[in-house]
Design a protein around this ligand. Structure first.
Ligand SMILES: NC(=O)c1ccc[n+]([C@@H]2O[C@H](COP(=O)([O-])OP(=O)(O)OC[C@H]3O[C@@H](n4cnc5c(N)ncnc54)[C@H](OP(=O)(O)O)[C@@H]3O)[C@@H](O)[C@H]2O)c1
Length: 303
């Protein structure tokens, strides 16, 4: 049964970004009081219900005054702008913001084997540590694996809908968790609607979001249904995740680039976090339809 909802004052930074935009829509739909911080020169019209503050993220006076009376700070900044989190985290602590959702939104940072294989995995830890060291706010880290629409558009699941090519890792049978951008937003907005005693259980913890528990073959079959094609229309090749891992270790640039995505489909590397996924019934969210999402992508890619 879904719980009673709590409305919170939430500040979102990066609201016009890939994950920021669906987070913003979901926060508004859930009834939260949303403030957006954005830099001068960023071009985006936000809905009238949003309070917008325009300024530099390193301007202490600007961020401190913007964060007054806020309960949650969500940082959805670009990969290249992670350090912009530092003054924002410090200002949030000064302003007494209870929760910070830092730039995470990726694979499971608690998985030791994955951490050992991918250097990038350790990049986000210092920001969580800073929040803990300041001792005022608590972090909630979102784990969602490579986003469905984002990854399918770029062929990052090994499946290229436009070229109709697929590279299957380990026969394409390894199941893992995958989340749509829309579901990331909805899940976070619903989580932030939990009563305080429930939300507090997530302090300094990761939350695991998931739309689908699926393997490459499931995505490929859905892509075929969405494009009205059959196996004869596709070029399907096989490789192994061990080969990608080995090539990446030897410095092969394309293997290094694809490693994070290939390892999602490798057994024992944390792609399958199904035992940790949030209780969607409690959050009041129902399942999504993979075929409908693939159909939308197929139409978009054909346009
Ligand atoms: N799971 C996945 O598949 C996946 C994929 C990509 C990224 N991610 C993760 O998701 C999080 C958000 O990434 P994203 O792709 O959504 O970000 P994004 O769309 O590239 O950018 C988000 C926002 O960051 C701000 N920004 C950009 N450059 C900046 C700079 N130089 N200085 C300060 N602010 C800057 C901009 O906001 P304003 O213009 O409003 O200031 C921008 O809208 C990151 O933690 C990233 O690692 C996950």
């Amino acid at each position: 049964m879904a719980l009673a909802k709590q409305i919170r004052n939430v500040t979102l930074v990066g609201a016009n970004g890939t994950v920021g935009a669906p987070i913003l829509s979901s926060l508004l739909a859930a009834g939260h009081k949303v403030t957006v911080l954005t830099r001068p020169g960023s071009t985006k019209d936000f809905p009238a219900a949003v309070t917008v503050h325009v300024g530099d993220y390193s301007d202490e006076e600007f961020i401190s005054s913007s964060l007054k009376d806020q309960e949650v700070l969500i940082l959805a900044l670009a990969f290249t702008a992670y350090d912009a989190q530092i003054p924002l985290i410090k200002a949030a602590a000064k302003a007494g913001v209870s929760y910070i959702v830092p730039c995470e939104f990726g694979s499971d940072p608690t998985h030791q084997k994955l951490n050992a294989a991918i250097e990038l995995m350790s990049m986000k830890a210092p920001y969580r540590k800073l929040i803990e060291d300041l001792g005022i706010s608590s972090w909630i880290g979102v784990v969602n694996n490579p986003w469905v629409e984002f990854s399918m558009r770029l062929g990052l699941y090994g499946i290229d809908m436009k070229k109709r090519t697929a590279t299957l890792y380990d026969e394409g049978n390894t199941k893992a968790n995958f989340t749509t951008l829309k579901r990331v937003g909805e899940s976070l907005a619903a989580l932030l609607s939990l009563p305080e005693e429930d939300l507090a259980k997530h302090k300094n913890e990761f939350v695991y979001f998931s739309s689908f528990y699926a393997n490459q073959k499931d995505f490929l079959a859905s892509a075929m249904r969405a494009t009205g094609t059959t196996e004869e229309d596709w070029t399907i090749t096989n490789t192994s995740t061990n080969k990608v891992l080995q090539d990446a270790r030897e410095g092969d640039p394309s293997a290094r680039m694809m490693l994070l995505f290939a390892l999602v489909f490798k057994e024992g590397y944390g792609g399958d976090y199904s035992s940790k996924v949030v209780d969607y019934e409690k959050l009041g969210l129902v399942g999504e339809d993979l075929d409908a999402i693939m159909k939308g992508l197929a139409q978009e890619l054909a346009a």
